[in-house]
Design a protein around this ligand. Structure first.
Ligand code: ZN
Length: 355
């Protein structure tokens, strides 16, 4: 058995409010605990999106009633909420800015709409950018101009990791995360994921080339965090004519990483650094007392959606053979998960911004 601190996942789509047929604060936090994740940071692109006091309260009220692990909720940058967000910042996980295409209240059509957020959002609270390829370069320029930290979500490309490396070497305050699906899958895996339904391979950022994936592994020291970008959609939605992009990931994160440890590509210290220590630093998260995960590093098994707690009912890693199983999770002194069973009630989770 190996004992790890409780993992922190800084990038989770909870789907509540608004799309609880995909997932809600109850099922997502069950999935988290089953995966050895004891704290999640929730993304703001719900329905409605979380972008002011009342929408933040909507998400936090649901979380307070239902969450089984600890959590914080991001607020989203919109075209006209830069003035109110500094007052909300202490209650939020951070500010999420969608710099590439998105819709509705979180749409930032041009760079003049980025400026007020970079000027006004307090520097001691994190800004996370969804920014791909050259948009990411623009986001890093903003970090340099305004001399404040930014965290780049889900990098996937060789050009991205190499630019972040250069930016760090030049003292720009940039950090980044990578998702397991961008480390363990390439676009050549899409047919195998799809089982005849191409929508199952849809994810943003898209699965990349072998060269991109190799560059992420070669530059693991540049990568600060592992993040799942857990983005549950039901199997019916994925197999429809208009499949939404996104993969679930909370329950496959640790088994995939432990399998990489077994294969000599990663160390358990890498997991602790990128899933515990760095997320704590970047997102100002205090240590969860008496919190740990017991892992049987020798247990070999197959990943099956039928065994998962997420409501979405599928996984891109169906049938994968992995080595390393979460046996037991203890959160703030209480055994919350053991041998496949959830042992904690709804509402046990705490808002890490209220402690
Ligand atoms: Zn996301």
């Amino acid at each position: 058995m190996i004992r790890l601190p409780g993992l922190i996942d800084p990038h989770v789509h909870v789907r509540e409010p608004g799309q609880t047929h995909k997932e809600d604060w109850d099922t997502v936090t069950q999935a988290a605990l089953a995966g050895g994740v004891t704290a999640i940071l929730a993304m703001p692109n719900t329905k409605p999106p979380i972008f002011d006091h009342s929408t933040l309260d909507l998400a936090l009220d649901a979380a307070r009633q239902k969450a089984r692990c600890d959590y914080a909720q991001f607020v989203g940058a919109g075209p006209d909420n830069a003035d109110i967000l500094p007052f909300i910042a202490p209650k939020a996980a951070g500010l999420k800015m969608y710099l590439d295409s998105t819709f509705g209240e979180l749409r930032l059509n041009d760079m003049t709409l980025w400026q007020p957020h970079f000027e006004k959002y307090p520097k001691e609270y994190p800004i996370v950018l969804h920014s791909e390829s050259r948009t990411m370069a623009a986001g890093i320029l903003f970090a340099a101009i305004y001399d404040r930290p930014v965290h780049i979500a889900h990098i996937s490309l060789r050009e991205e990791v190499l630019l972040i490396k250069a930016a760090k070497e030049h003292g720009i305050k940039v950090t980044c995360e990578v998702c397991p699906h961008h480390l363990f899958l390439t676009k050549d895996d899409i047919p195998a994921i799809s089982h005849g339904h191409p929508g199952r391979g849809e994810v943003r950022p898209r699965l990349a080339t072998r060269e991109d994936v190799d560059a992420l592994w070669e530059n693991l020291d540049v990568i600060d965090c592992f993040a799942t970008d857990h983005a549950p959609h039901t199997i019916e939605e994925k197999d429809s004519d208009n499949p939404p992009p996104g993969f679930p990931g909370l329950e496959t994160l640790l088994p995939l990483l432990l399998t990489a440890v077994d294969g000599g590509r990663l160390t358990t210290d890498d997991i602790i650094e990128k899933s515990v220590i760095n997320p704590r630093k970047i997102f100002n998260i205090i240590e969860q007392p008496e919190t740990w995960v017991e892992v049987d590093e020798r247990a070999e098994y197959e990943i099956h959606a039928a065994d998962q707690f997420t409501r979405c009912g599928w996984t891109p890693f169906e049938g994968w053979k992995v080595k390393g199983k979460v046996r037991k999770v203890v959160l703030r002194g209480k055994t919350v998960f053991e041998d496949g069973k959830l042992l904690v009630e709804k509402g046990y989770g705490q808002n890490i911004r209220e402690r």
